[in-house]
Design a protein around this ligand. Structure first.
Ligand code: XMP
Length: 525
């Protein structure tokens, strides 16, 4: 497999993705992984990603110099190009003029990396620093007017780096360059597809578990449903799916989850009614991280209680399976990314176990991004309405009610949210019909209602009202790492607003959140 050393999350993801698109398996690893750790993982090739830092910045991510001695071919882009230069004795200079966007490179005749690509070609650049002196043993293989070392290589050691980004679509021959590296230089075979991923993951699941028992934290969302389908395939009824109903779910959701997992799937399914316990624990709690902590901690307690009940029959429940995906890990402060990311939000399923609770974890999706999880779900035979469900956070509506959660606010939010989903489901369906693409331009990736902790004055039927506003949040994204607010047509906005105010008692105003991520996040808490 190909290990992508990630110097800045969004770049690494794209590279791993492009490699997989060429039917070679690829995984992201933290950039500060040691050569020894890598040796153990035995990758066939390394790719060093781009990243936002300057190689000379004080806290710039470094790379273990010994990785260049592993004898494994290395390809580096942008930051990966510069860090290779600096680590192997070359120099990087801070230039006055940066290069952002399309640029034309002129390439060397002989470099295998550029085989089957024109001598002059358009590439995508995004840099200010540049390599000004290549390390010993390296030759320059491409340049632009402002960037003398747009690519360099040491063919004997099989180290190739480019200042530009072959992984982005705007680099005309990027996929050919990547393909040259993987097949001509590394001699890899095209031996990876979704189907054999399913096969490999099923086997891994089975091997890890042996004949021990597993419980799965099932929320009914895409991620945990994919793990449920995988677990069902791998170990059947050795796994019990536990659905904790914390009372913070969307309208009709508990019923739908129960329906799918009792009627369409042959799994053991337990519905835990924990609504009252949660309501009591959350009463008066206003601080977002505190809410998340309470909800996550209680989740583990609920699971543990179920596990203990299950243990009375034959075997103890050793494993807890959950649908953690890669972005959850990054944003929760990088449990497995070498501590590079800072905590943005504590994702629910990454809250530490409370005292007395212990399970071994199985998180088969922890290297994948949402769109890949969806592809995996389809390959596993999950129905489309589950696979294309929009993401819903573990702490549920509690983090969409600003301030303390209570029954009345939950009712208002559930009502408004159901309207938002109905209208935007229909809007997305219209776009899908027109374009044939699920996530086409302007389709909404995630959409919901938020209830802020304020009231405002309105007038309804000649009467003064003093009620709550609803905030509409609708974003375009592909992986939740970045997002833009959806440019919804006015008539769609008008319909949503009209319906909420007319149909939801307690709501008298609707506002639209027009902030991207960053600087905001998708959820409000
Ligand atoms: P933010 O708000 O961080 O959200 O931009 C990014 C994506 O993650 C979802 N989200 C969560 N998912 N547990 C989850 O499983 C959580 O605690 C959680 N918090 C946010 C959010 O809905 C969005 O899709």
């Amino acid at each position: 497999f190909v290990a992508v050393l990630d110097f800045g999350a969004q770049y690494g993801q794209l590279i791993a993705r492009r490699v997989r698109d060429l039917n070679v398996y690829s995984e992201i690893v933290p950039c500060d992984i040691s050569a020894d750790e890598l040796r153990e993982m035995a990758p066939s090739a390394l790719i060093l990603s781009g990243g936002p830092a300057s190689v000379y910045a004080e806290d710039a991510p470094r790379v273990d110099p010994a990785i260049f001695e592993l004898g494994v071919p290395v390809l580096g882009f942008c930051y990966g190009h510069q860090i290779t230069a600096v680590t192997l004795g070359g120099k990087v200079a801070h230039s006055e003029v940066g290069e952002y966007g399309p640029a034309t490179i002129e390439r060397d005749h002989d470099s295998v990396l550029f085989n089957s690509t024109p001598l002059k070609q358009t590439v995508w650049m995004s840099h200010r620093d540049s390599v000004c002196e290549v390390p010993e043993g390296f030759t320059v293989t491409a340049s632009t007017d402002v960037c003398p070392v747009a690519a360099m290589e040491n063919a004997e050691r099989r180290i190739y780096t480019t200042q530009f980004h072959p992984e982005v679509k705007h680099t005309e021959h990027g996929q050919q360059i990547l393909s040259n590296f993987l097949f001509s230089i590394c001699g890899l075979e095209k031996n990876w597809s979704m189907d054999n991923l399913v096969e490999t993951m099923t086997n891994e699941f089975r091997e890890k578990v042996g004949d021990d028992r597993v419980i799965l934290a099932l929320s009914g969302g895409v991620d945990s449903s994919v793990v449920a389908a995988l677990g069902a395939r791998a170990i059947g009824k050795q796994m019990t799916c536990v659905f904790i109903n914390h009372g913070l779910l969307r309208k009709n959701e508990p019923e739908q989850v129960e329906e799918v997992f009792t009627k369409q799937f042959d799994v053991d399914f337990i519905h835990v009614h924990a609504e009252d316990r949660y309501a009591e624990l959350l009463a008066g709690v206003t601080e977002p991280e505190e809410k998340r902590r309470i909800i996550g901690t209680q989740f583990w307690k609920e699971f543990f209680a179920v596990a203990q009940q299950l243990e009375t029959d034959d075997k103890p429940v050793k494993f807890l399976a959950q649908g953690t995906i890669y972005p959850d890990i990054i944003e929760s402060g990088a449990r497995k990314t070498g501590g590079k990311a800072s905590t943005i939000k504590s994702h629910h399923n990454l809250i530490p176990f409370p005292e007395g609770v212990s399970f071994d974890l199985i998180e088969p999706l922890d290297h994948f991004f949402k769109d890949e999880v969806r592809a995996l779900g389809l390959a596993l035979g999950l129905p489309e309405h589950i696979v294309f469900r929009q993401p819903f956070p573990g702490p549920g509506l509690a983090i969409r009610i600003i301030g303390a959660v209570d029954k009345e606010k939950l009712e208002i939010l559930k009502g408004a949210d159901a309207i938002v989903r109905e209208e935007l489901d229909a809007y997305n369906a219209r776009l899908f019909e027109k374009t044939g693409e699920r996530n086409s331009e302007h389709s909404c990736w995630q959409y919901f209602a938020v209830l802020p902790d304020i009231k405002s004055v309105g007038v309804m039927g000649d009467e003064r009202t003093y009620q709550r506003p609803i905030i509409l949040r609708a974003v375009e994204s592909s992986d939740a790492m970045t997002a833009d607010w959806a440019k919804l047509p006015y008539d769609v906005l008008a319909r949503i607003s009209g319906r909420i105010v007319a149909e939801v008692p307690g709501a008298n105003r609707v506002c639209y959140d027009i902030t991207s991520k960053p600087p905001a996040t998708i959820e409000w808490e």
